[in-house]
Design a protein around this ligand. Structure first.
Ligand code: IPE
Ligand code: IPE
Ligand code: MG
Length: 244
């Protein structure tokens, strides 16, 4: 671990961190800029946070970049976010690959509102980085936890009907194995920037025992030092998992 991890206990690092990046629009509005300028500013914060996670030796990082509810924003903003996600991937993919990052996309990528080129680029990035193991980086894109769980239920029902799954054996592990990224461990720490205290349909199942930290900072101002501070706060918590 580098300087960033100073003061942290390397044996108690969260294995999986989730970030709900929030506050891009407010950051822009404070500067009399269009909301989309806030998203553009958030790109640096996002990739700095990924470097921070690499420095700290975090194994899994899931970032919420577009929710199934975000389609209800203006057409201009939605279009910007779609093309921005696509363009960003093209610009950053090779650097992430060189850093040993495995890229995943979790969400409804069959949705025809997601441009075809996005889907192709997402699949390419996953294939290119499939052998990497240093950091598992998951983009929750066109993601909604309820949709993920409904999809899992539908596929379980289909497998039960075809005889591939015995309904009597369904337990929480079975449900986990039907989620978008079955190998993903439960999220240990969920960070939401901008002072909002809600999940907004992010990792409802996986966050059953997560710790939550809510830094006030708007996402474009979020730095690796903030990430390290969130991890420090996590390490001060006492996780009980139901024990006395
Ligand atoms: C988060 O910032 C980015 C996305 C949801 C894509 P917002 O765009 O939600 O910013 P605020 O909450 O309006 O400030
Ligand atoms: C959650 O943020 C979605 C993402 C960060 C991609 P929102 O800003 O969309 O959430 P609400 O609408 O404030 O709950
Ligand atoms: Mg928001």
């Amino acid at each position: 671990m580098s300087e960033l991890g100073e003061g942290l206990d390397p044996d108690r690092m969260p294995r999986h961190v989730g970030i709900i990046l929030d506050g891009n629009g407010r950051w822009a509005e404070q500067r009399d800029l269009p909301r989309t300028a806030g998203h553009a500013a958030g790109e640096k914060a996002l990739f700095d946070a990924i470097q921070g996670a690499l420095d700290l030796g975090i194994e899994w990082l899931t970032v919420y970049t577009f929710s199934t509810e975000n389609w209800s924003r203006s057409e201009e903003e939605v279009t910007f976010l779609m093309y921005f996600n696509q363009d960003l991937l093209l610009r950053r993919r090779d650097d992430l690959h060189a850093d040993g990052v495995r890229i995943y996309f979790m969400g409804d990528l069959d949705d025809l509102r997601v441009p075809e080129l996005n889907r192709v680029r997402m699949r390419d990035a996953e294939t290119l980085t499939a052998q990497n193991e240093r950091l598992h980086l998951v983009f929750a894109f066109n993601y909604g936890s309820r949709l993920e769980l409904a999809d899992a239920a539908r596929r379980m029902a289909g497998d039960a009907l075809s005889g591939a799954l015995d309904p009597d054996t369904i337990d929480p592990q079975t449900v986990s194995s039907y989620l978008y990224v079955p190998e993903m461990p439960d999220v240990d720490l969920v960070i939401r920037t901008s002072g909002e205290h809600r999940l907004s349909n992010f990792l409802l199942w996986q966050a059953a025992y997560a710790e939550f930290v809510f830094p006030e900072v708007l996402f474009p101002d979020f730095t690796p030092a903030h990430l390290a501070e969130c991890v420090a706060e996590y390490q001060r918590r006492k996780r009980r998992f139901g024990r006395a």
